[in-house]
Design a protein around this ligand. Structure first.
Ligand SMILES: Nc1nc2c(c(=O)[nH]1)N[C@H]1C(S)=C(S)[C@@H](COP(=O)(O)OP(=O)(O)OC[C@H]3O[C@@H](n4cnc5c(=O)[nH]c(N)nc54)[C@H](O)[C@@H]3O)O[C@H]1N2
Ligand SMILES: Nc1nc2c(c(=O)[nH]1)N[C@H]1C(S)=C(S)[C@@H](COP(=O)(O)OP(=O)(O)OC[C@H]3O[C@@H](n4cnc5c(=O)[nH]c(N)nc54)[C@H](O)[C@@H]3O)O[C@H]1N2
Ligand SMILES: [Mo]
Length: 765
């Protein structure tokens, strides 16, 4: 039986008469994911793109006016390739490669070779390069600030204290943002074993007490019997400051640790105790901000100091206004507890945010499809896409330097969906019309495809051969093609090889290899790097025949920053001081009012605490977290995802009191709106939601009406598109206030799962 790898697990596809009829998770997975059920019915369904398409207005020279709301003309691959080649030649000749945005951020599909971003980046590099994006939507603020604090990004996605050193060691696990095990279904590149639910259970059985600091009770599994501290969203820094205040005021801070391993505590202490700004960050001060009782804060601080304590932070906390601060503050608080580098103590981010967090990392990286060198220096922080398109030439700050937004004439997207991931999608829809041309490689008629000028249909993993390698619990999977490519769709590699040929550079792109040639090469390189590290993999033909090869990493478990703790002189951190920087001269030297030299509480731009003053009255704080039944927007058209919708709309949850106050009833369609946009949603009433909070998951396919209403429930028409700070310029989706009311009008027809109008379709068999 064949086998395939997805970001959410290993699956066995069931194929009957050339059609996919089922997806069965691989045996032996303790907590398999059901996300793959969404493939059945979608792979060869009506939302697949049958052949290359060119937008009608683009052919008529509308200058982008109808982009994102237009019909398409079906064309042949030859015509499409010729048109792409013409656009590339003209734009490069007139404006240079700085006019091409090829950042193409997104998760695409698992598989080392058919990785859409690697493919498009290699292609554009051969043409002279492209404007790229830096950092991720996942943890941009942490990526930029952590190196200032500890010298690298350890403790963000990799090299956390592993589960092996949590179970049996951690007595108190304080989870800021919870431990949402639905998120641990996935890991970029694939998952072999879903171990997170079990590891958490084992920790609980061994006596760990869990505290769920979150606006949602169900952010941490009920089986862990967690205490729920339902703080106001975006106020974690105030809570952590008050915990720190108790430690300092009661003489419970570990000054021996602070003296030996950190720098700048005095500067921070003056702020903490109120000497520098006149405000002592006491539990009473934090109570007014967080909504938690002062006694609760005081007793938690005391317990933290008495027990082996793990401070964990969901990445969501830093996807918010001043998102650098919770990262800085959790490191500061952990340093005050003095347990960094000990088994079960210290800090970590992203536990349960992805399956691989807390796994023991291999000491080497697997080879990847070579992207070659990008000669263009120009870049944007990934979340600043809308700013770049709206304000070409404008200056922006980033991590201590000043840059300018390039003027983009060509956008090329393969393997990501900005009409899913970007904030304020109404704005993106408007500024997306500015460039001359948009090229999209996509399998489905989702919002990014509908926003293209030249749309090139690509295959799904089951329609091609690939090499799958999971990071945690290493597992190599021979991802064999099990169904024919849908209609005229092509692999991203073949799409780009075809365009390269039309431009007279085919060999440069393909390197003279075909799909199986590349799989052989990538596998052999993997085998070599594994051998150098003492792991023996079978030869390629053997592996391909067997279909799978798994092994266990022999790396011993190490706590985060353990070597530094054991010998700080022999293993100094890569910070200017060689120590943990509670105060950073360097960051202070950047002179950013929105990111000074130590962890600081800033009032978020939108939060429950300033709603009344701003005349925002009964606003709700929107939590737009990750969806349970899919990965981002991928496969939202599938049955498993759509089963959970309410009257075809994305569910929105609020608690009974908030619902009653607004006259909302369960199962009804509501209109949710913010200062930026509005969408429909299906109401769910749940006592798992804190007061003043509304929760809607991301991922509903955008369905904008002419009036700008999203008929489906895509949260990103509501969210604000402002940066975390001048330091990281990260996304701030979790800082959003909205309102909700019953939808009394006629329920508009959902267009999200209908293809656009198409003329000139080829006769398909
Ligand atoms: N409000 C709010 N917004 C958020 C977040 C949030 O918490 N709140 N989270 C953010 C985060 S953390 C992230 S990582 C982003 C995720 O944002 P994205 O990674 O952009 O989202 P996906 O839906 O995974 O987009 C992948 C696209 O690639 C397509 N695709 C799949 N396989 C292939 C392939 O082989 N080839 C090609 N050409 N295409 C393929 C899929 O159909 C899909 O359209 O969203 C961010 N947006
Ligand atoms: N099933 C599934 N799993 C996924 C993904 C997916 O799309 N689907 N996406 C993956 C990706 S790309 C990423 S980056 C990770 C993201 O991992 P996270 O960033 O951890 O995930 P979220 O679901 O956005 O947020 C987790 C919880 O944080 C809480 N939260 C939000 N704001 C605050 C706050 O201000 N304070 C506190 N204390 N809590 C807050 C919310 O209640 C929310 O449920 O998930 C990954 N896992
Ligand atoms: Mo992410």
């Amino acid at each position: 039986m064949s086998v395939t790898l997805n970001h959410w697990g290993i699956d066995r596809p069931i194929v009957e008469e050339g059609r996919l009829t089922g997806m069965r998770p691989a045996e032996g997975d303790p907590s398999p994911s059901r996300i793959s059920e969404n493939f059945v019915g979608s792979v060869s369904g009506p939302m697949r793109i049958t052949q290359p398409m060119i937008r009608k207005g683009f052919l008529e020279g509308d200058g982008g006016a109808k982009r994102g709301e237009d019909s398409f003309v079906a064309v042949s691959w030859d015509e499409a390739n010729a048109r792409v080649a013409k656009e590339l030649r003209e734009i490069i000749a007139e404006h240079g490669n700085e006019a091409i945005f090829g950042g193409s951020y997104g998760w695409a599909s698992a598989g080392r070779f058919h990785h859409a971003q690697s493919q498009i980046h290699r292609f554009l590099n051969l043409l002279g390069g492209y404007v790229r994006s830096v950092n991720t939507h996942s943890h941009a603020a942490a990526e930029v600030v952590l190196p200032h604090l500890i010298g690298n990004q350890d403790g963000m996605a990799d090299n956390q204290t592993p589960w092996e050193l949590i179970v049996g060691h951690t007595e108190l696990f304080v989870a800021f943002g919870g431990l949402a095990v639905k998120n641990a279904q996935v890991s970029a590149g694939g998952v072999s074993q879903h171990r997170v639910p079990d590891q958490l259970q084992r920790a609980r059985a061994a006596g760990t007490r869990f505290v769920n600091v979150s606006p949602l009770r169900d952010d941490t599994p009920a089986e862990l019997d967690p205490e729920w501290l339902a703080l106001r969203p975006n106020t974690d820094v105030a809570l952590m400051l008050a915990l720190a205040h108790v430690l300092e005021a009661e003489g419970r801070a570990d000054h021996a640790f602070l003296d030996r391993y950190t720098t700048g505590y005095d500067r921070f202490r003056a702020y903490l105790m109120g000497q520098s700004d006149g405000i002592a960050k006491t539990p009473a001060w934090a109570a007014a901000i967080t909504g938690l009782a002062p006694e609760v804060i005081t007793s938690l601080a005391r317990e933290m100091a008495q027990k082996r304590t793990m401070l964990s932070m969901a990445w969501s906390l830093q996807r918010a206004d001043h998102g650098e601060q919770p990262v800085w503050m959790i490191v500061t608080l952990a340093a005050m507890l003095g347990q960094i580098g000990l088994p079960g103590g210290g800090f970590g981010t992203g536990y349960a945010a992805a399956n691989r967090v807390g796994n023991i990392s291999l000491p080497f990286a697997w080879p990847a499809f070579p992207q070659l060198k990008n000669p263009v220096r120009s870049f944007i922080p990934v979340a600043r896409l809308g700013d770049m398109l709206e304000q070409p030439g404008a200056a922006f700050d980033y991590n201590g330097a000043r840059y300018h937004y390039p003027k983009i004439e060509l956008i090329w997207w393969a393997g990501g969906n900005p009409f899913h991931h970007q904030q304020d999608l109404g704005r993106l829809h408007r500024v997306w019309k500015n460039p001359r041309c948009v090229i999209v490689q996509e399998p489905f008629w989702n919002a990014i495809a509908k926003h293209g000028d030249i749309v090139l249909p690509c295959t799904l993993p089951l329609e091609r051969n690939d090499l799958g390698i999971t990071k945690g619990e290493p597992h190599l999977v021979a991802m064999k093609q099990v169904v024919a490519p849908f209609a005229q769709s092509r692999n991203d590699f073949d799409i780009l090889a075809g365009i390269a040929a039309a431009m007279g550079m085919n060999e440069d792109f393909t390197g003279g290899l075909d799909e199986m040639g590349w799989l052989n090469r990538l596998y052999d390189e993997s085998r070599e790097v594994a051998a150098q590290n003492g792991y023996t993999l079978p030869e390629f033909h053997r592996f391909w025949q067997d279909g799978e090869f798994a092994f266990t990493a022999t790396t011993p478990p190490r706590a985060l920053l353990q070597a530094f703790r054991e010998d700080p002189l022999a293993y100094p951190l890569a910070t200017p001081s060689g120590r943990i920087e509670i105060f950073s001269e360097r960051v202070e030297g950047f002179g950013y009012a929105d990111c000074p030299g130590h962890a600081t509480w800033f009032e978020p731009g939108e939060w429950l605490g300033n709603a009344p003053q701003n005349g925002w009255g009964d606003a709700l704080h929107l939590i737009s977290n990750q969806p349970d039944r899919k990965l981002h927007s991928q496969l939202d058209l599938g049955s498993y995802s759509r089963e959970a919708k309410i009257r075809q709309r994305e569910p929105a949850r609020i608690n009974p009191a908030e619902a009653a106050r607004r006259g909302l009833v369960s199962g009804q369609v509501v209109r949710v709106w913010s200062e930026r946009g509005a969408c429909l949603a299906g109401l769910v009433i749940s006592d798992a939601i804190a007061d003043g909070v509304i929760q809607m998951s991301t991922g509903a396919w955008l369905d904008l009406s002419h009036e700008g209403l999203d008929r489906h429930g895509n949260v990103n028409v509501l969210t604000r598109d402002l940066p975390t700070s001048s330091l990281a310029q990260g996304p701030t989706a979790h800082t959003t206030l909205v309102w909700a009311e019953p939808w009394l009008g006629e329920l508009p027809h959902l267009e999200a799962f209908s293809p656009p109008e198409i003329s000139g379709t080829d006769q398909l068999s």
